[in-house]
Design a protein around this ligand. Structure first.
Ligand code: FAD
Length: 416
């Protein structure tokens, strides 16, 4: 039986009643239609890199789109009037970083800063992935979806997607309020992504948009440099912080073919340079991890990425925080002016430093290389991860009167 532990980067979660991998557009829609018509819980999963599932059984259907085609509809067209826009369409099941590599190899600018983000194309637009000065929203032309309510396919434009910080129409359809699931669709959106069309620019170069990247590249902010160098720098900076997935997971039978083999080998080779020794006692290593534990294993990578979102608060609350806490202009959900805070700063300054555990022998810990990543050090359960998350949320609330909201989709469980 397939488990969420096998399908997710954090490696926790129980058995799944039915795991389906449809290979056609029609069969994906059929699976979702069937589940919705019979009131069966349905979870559409991609790379499982933003999911935390409960330890108990999932009595429903988990659907993973097995279509991974990338097409360049206007590749054969001549570049006219100096317009160097190139459209690229990727099916939802395509691995996100495979798509980035494909575009960078062709000199297409727009998503290179998002190199190394785990997961698939479908989910990339759900939470509007972002990193190193880029967000996917700026390159999305349109998104083809299955609308579970109207029971028909639709093509949503960039504007209709209502992209925001780690948000979109799709993400908001899953919640009644921040952190409060809309049971009608949760843990997946009302709109299931079938494919995404990107509008990229054929420039062969990219802009250095982020101070850490500039430092790694010995370049200045706003410098234009070859796009391949930019991608390599992003991957290196991510690796140094363990903000890449553990690529050895693609050796699990259930993950085979999920990512292009040459990209898996490249990622595993690169991982060797940054690996740390895992610190789990041998007898509590997860069964599925035993199959993959090897010289490349890196438990700092067994996470959902950033566990908490950067909170956006009113100016009034922001003014109560110390002067040296990072604050950025932002917009509150109701459209009024707000302030974006750094979740990492709040966590660290509330006393939760890298490597923090609730108990010395707890199998869940903050990453030793990134304050925002809650990691499974081997054998952690969903309950262990949530215990750590709750301790951090409560500590930050006590210290700063700000409530952190989890970024991952939490299935059949919640923070206490
Ligand atoms: C090490 C690490 C680093 C990370 N770094 C970043 C980062 O820098 N920036 C960032 O933004 N995120 C980051 N993330 C989070 C994560 O990679 C992204 O959110 C990613 O887009 C999730 O993709 P996925 O395919 O794994 O989604 P999953 O975890 O499989 O699913 C997440 C949600 O999307 C829904 N979903 C999946 N596929 C579809 C579909 N086809 N249609 C509709 N809904 C769908 C699921 O139902 C679920 O609700 C990181 C995660 C890890 C583990």
């Amino acid at each position: 039986m397939t488990t969420f532990a096998e399908l997710t980067t954090i490696g926790v979660g129980g058995n799944i009643d039915h795991f389906m991998e449809p290979t056609t557009r029609a069969s994906i829609i059929e699976e979702i239609e069937h589940a919705d018509a019979h009131g069966i819980p349905v979870c559409v999963i991609g790379g499982g890199s933003n999911l935390l599932a409960a330890d108990g059984d999932f009595h429903g259907i988990v659907v993973r789109d097995a279509r991974r085609l990338i097409t360049v509809p206007d590749e054969a067209d001549p570049v006219e009037d100096g317009d160097n826009t190139v459209h690229v369409t990727a099916e939802a099941g395509c691995n996100w970083d495979d798509l980035v590599a494909f575009c960078v190899e062709r000199g297409l600018e727009g998503i290179e800063g998002l190199s190394g983000i785990p997961g698939n194309v479908g989910a990339s637009v759900v939470q509007n992935i972002g990193a190193y000065g880029q967000e996917v929203a700026t390159s999305v032309e349109s998104v083809e979806v299955w609308d579970r309510e109207d029971r028909r396919t639709k093509t949503l434009s960039n504007v209709e997607m209502q992209f925001g910080y780690r948000s979109s129409l799709l993400k908001t359809s899953m919640y009644k309020a921040p952190g409060v699931p809309n049971e009608e669709y949760y843990p997946s959106p009302r709109y299931i992504v079938l494919s995404v069309t990107f509008a990229l620019t054929h420039t062969k170069t990219g802009t250095v948009n982020y101070p850490q990247l500039a430092a790694a590249l010995h370049a200045n902010l706003r410098d234009r440099i070859p796009i391949g160098r930019l991608r390599d720098a992003v991957l290196d900076v991510r690796a140094s912080k363990a903000m890449l997935e553990d690529a050895t997971r693609y050796r699990l039978p259930v993950m085979a073919d999920e990512k292009r083999p040459e990209q898996v080998e490249r990622a595993i080779r690169a991982q060797q340079r940054f690996v740390t020794h895992h610190d789990a006692p041998a007898d509590v290593v997860n069964e599925h991890m035993e199959a993959t534990v090897g010289e490349n294993e890196d438990y700092d990578r067994h996470s959902c990425g950033s566990f908490f979102m950067n909170p956006i608060v009113s100016e009034q609350i922001a003014n109560t925080l110390p002067d040296d806490s990072p604050k950025y202009p932002a917009t509150l959900p109701d459209g009024s002016t707000g302030v974006k805070l750094s979740a990492a700063w709040l966590i660290d300054h509330a006393g939760f430093h890298k490597g923090y555990r609730v108990r010395e022998d707890a199998p869940a810990a903050l990453s030793s290389r990134h304050t925002l990543a809650l990691t499974n050090r081997g054998g952690a359960t969903c309950a262990d991860i949530l215990e750590l998350a709750s301790a951090i949320r409560d500590g930050v609330r006590r210290q700063f009167n700000v409530t952190l909201v989890p970024e991952p989709v939490i299935i059949n469980a919640q923070l206490s």
